[in-house]
Structures are given as C-alpha cells and as structure tokens.
Ligand binder design. Structure first.
Ligand SMILES: [Zn+2]
Length: 409
C-alpha cells in the first residue's frame, strides 16, 4: 500500500533533515529520514514514507544513524570525575567528554563516601541536572558489601540507612535515579522501600549475598516499585558479575539469580562490555539469556575515559591506568572503566556478536526506560529530543546531535 503524501497534505518544515541508514523503533532502516525542528524530532521513518516536507539543511550520512546513547552508570571522563570534581564546571568536562562520543544522556555516578560528602556532591549534581547537562544521579554506595567493594572506600561502607536515602533523595529533588545496595546488608529492605518511595530505582550489586538473598531483593524491589509507581517497575543489577560473588555450582551466589530474574523480565542487568570487565563470551551469554528489554550496556567510566594512561582519583582512592585498564593503585581491583558507551556498543557487536540493533537499544531505549524517560530520549521517533550519533562503518562517532544541535566541544 502506498503511503505517498497526497497533494493536499500539509508541508512539514524542518530545520534539519538527516538521511541514511538508521536504527529506528522498527529496527535497521535503510534510506531512512529524520526530520528535526525546535530541538525535537518531527518525524522519523523510511524516506519513501515521509510526509511532504522542506528542510533548511540536509545532512546525508554514509554510515549509520543511531539514537543518542544513554549511560546509566558513569563516574567521569576527560580527566574529571563526579565524585572528585571541585566545581560544577569541572563536572561538565566529564559530561562533554562522553557527549562528543555519542552519549547524549548521562547519569552521573557517585561512589561510597561519608554522608556529608554525599550531601555536597548531590547538591552540585542537582544543579547540573537542572541545567540539563546530566539526566540523573546514581549513588554507588555506601550500603555495600565489604568483601565485594571493588574500588569503593571500605572506611565509609555502612549498614542500610533508609533515613539517609530519604535525605539524599530530598536534596536531589527528583534527580536521584538509582542507588546501588547489596541485598545482604542490614537494613537493605528498608533502603529498597525508601528508594522506591522517592521515585528511584534500587540497583542490586556490590554483593557477597546468596542466590536466595538476591532473589528476595529483586522481589522486594519489584513490589516496592509497583506500589510507588516510580520511574520504572523494574529494579536493576549494578554491573552484573563485577563486584559480585562469582558463580559456583555448590554456591550459586547473586549473579545467577540476577540472570534468572533478567530472563523472566523481572530485572534489568547492567553489563560493562568494554573488553576489560567481562569476557566477550560472558557478554554474549548474558544477551542470550536475558529478555529483550532486560540488559543495559554501561561504561562505569572514570576520569581516565578519553585520557592518557597515568594516575587518577576515584573518590578518596588512587587509581592507576595502564594499557586501558584502571585499577586501584598497588592493588588488583578494577577501578571503573575507561571506555565511552559507543566503545561498549562496538565491543558487544564486534567481539561478543550481539545483534547491532539489540546492542544499540541496550545503550539507548532500554536505559531510557529505566530512567522513565522513554517518551523523551533513547529512540529516534516523533516527539523525542533530537539526539543522534552518526557513526562510520567501524561504529566510530562522526557527528553527534543533541537537541538537534551538532555537538562541537
Ligand atoms: Zn561504578
């Protein structure tokens, strides 16, 4: 059936038309067209089905047009980090580093610290969220396992404190999106409830708990989220496998329970597919097992993303970056990632063999849904903010659009 516009149909006036092969809601669309005006997408689809339109400017792209990427777990980049930046201007360095590489929406992650530090960091980040620079805030700690702390400062790890959650959520004024909590810490259930009531998503991780404890926490988080009608009905798992007791057949631990829940569509698992945190085959297995909407690709990036090797900070701890791997100085624990989210998508596709469209969705529409922002970001479709990353055949960024504007710095 022809959908060619009739001579009577009104003309759509776009400021920018982008043409090329695109990842749209319906999948990979060759000869696609995206019409943009006022920072939003007016229309996206196969060019042959486009409404009658005129565009002030047309960009014909040779590679792929992807939706702007959404990173749920990012501590920094470009030499700056959210837990350590002295000023909001410093924090913007990290935001811009990732934005130039295609991450048009970023959740700023803090690390474990004392309550006073968390309060002041959250207050800084609220300003960044109000300015539209970051999408939301993620708190990684302090209610985490000492045994599975990774690069979290053990000095400030504590039992669950629902009152602190409520206080930080109030300070965040709706910008608190997720918080990592270990299911086995004392008071974890109350923390999960307080997060859901505050409109935030409990993210289960940095855990030495059992399979049963993880399964209980997933169920409790789902019940709490359902009651609260928050951003998302589903909890997440913080970087599946990393910062978790490994799977053993006589001691399955939390990771297998998390995967099981993701397969049933009850949990969204974060995966750091950067070639350092997980083997490519592990990434492939996770995508094979988890339901379509239940894997999200993240960077867990720290200050060294996009920077040379050397010495960096993550919260109160020193980090050494060598051969692209960040570890606590003088120790073996991995201390965050150094990749951009587009690098993670590339690794998932080229090394782990994940279907391109699925990998792109795991870094765009799926995280957008976790944030409850799927009507605004994460998809190239009518009414969404005009965020796109135009990549070459190697999935390297060529042009990034954010709210219809080419990102230049
Ligand atoms: Zn992290």
């Amino acid at each position: 059936m022809s959908t060619a516009p009739s001579p009577q149909s009104p003309t759509v006036t776009a400021e920018l038309a982008v043409r090329g092969t695109a990842v749209l809601e319906q999948g990979l669309v060759p000869e696609a067209l995206v019409l943009i005006a006022g920072g939003d997408i007016l229309w996206a689809g196969p060019a042959a089905h486009a409404p009658r339109h005129e565009a002030q400017r047309t960009l014909v792209h040779d590679g792929l047009i992807l939706p702007g990427l959404v990173d749920l777990h990012c501590h920094g980049g470009g030499g700056a980090s959210f837990p350590d930046a002295a000023t909001a201007e410093d924090m913007r360095i990290a935001v811009r580093e990732h934005r130039r590489h295609g991450t048009t929406s970023l959740v700023a992650s803090l690390v474990t610290a004392d309550a006073a530090t968390l309060r002041s960091r959250v207050a800084e980040l609220v300003q960044l969220a109000a300015d539209g620079e970051i999408a939301a805030i993620h708190l990684e700690g302090p209610f985490l396992s000492v045994e599975r702390r990774g690069a979290q400062n053990p000095e400030h790890l504590t039992a669950g404190d629902a009152e602190l959650v409520r206080e930080l959520a109030r300070l965040a004024g709706g910008a608190l999106a997720t918080m990592t909590v270990a299911p086995e810490v004392r008071g974890a259930d109350e923390v999960i409830e307080a997060l859901a009531e505050a409109g935030a998503v409990p993210s289960l991780g940095h855990t030495d708990g059992t399979s049963a404890q993880m399964t209980h926490a997933v169920g409790h988080a789902r019940d709490s989220l359902r009651r609260a009608h928050g951003r998302s009905a589903l909890p997440t798992a913080t970087h599946l496998f990393n910062g978790m007791r490994p799977i053993h057949h006589r001691d399955p631990g939390p990771a297998l329970a998390a995967l099981d829940a993701a397969a049933r569509g009850e949990l969204v698992v974060e995966v750091i597919a950067d070639g350092v945190h997980l083997d490519a085959r592990t990434v492939a297995h996770v995508f094979a097992i988890a339901a379509e909407q239940n894997v999200v690709l993240v960077t867990d990036a720290m200050a060294a993303a996009g920077m040379p090797e050397g010495q960096y900070r993550l919260g109160a701890l020193d980090v050494t970056v060598a051969a692209g791997v960040a570890t606590l100085t003088g120790a073996s624990a991995i201390a965050g990632g150094t990749a951009h989210l587009l690098d993670v998508v590339r690794f998932a596709v080229t090394e782990a063999g994940v279907d391109l469209v699925r990998a792109v969705r795991a870094a765009s529409s799926v995280p957008a849904a976790v944030l409850g922002m799927q009507d605004r970001i994460g998809v190239l479709a009518t009414g969404r903010r005009a965020d796109a990353v135009l990549v070459d055949s190697e999935l390297a960024p060529v042009t990034v659009l954010r709210a219809g504007t080419v990102v230049t710095d």
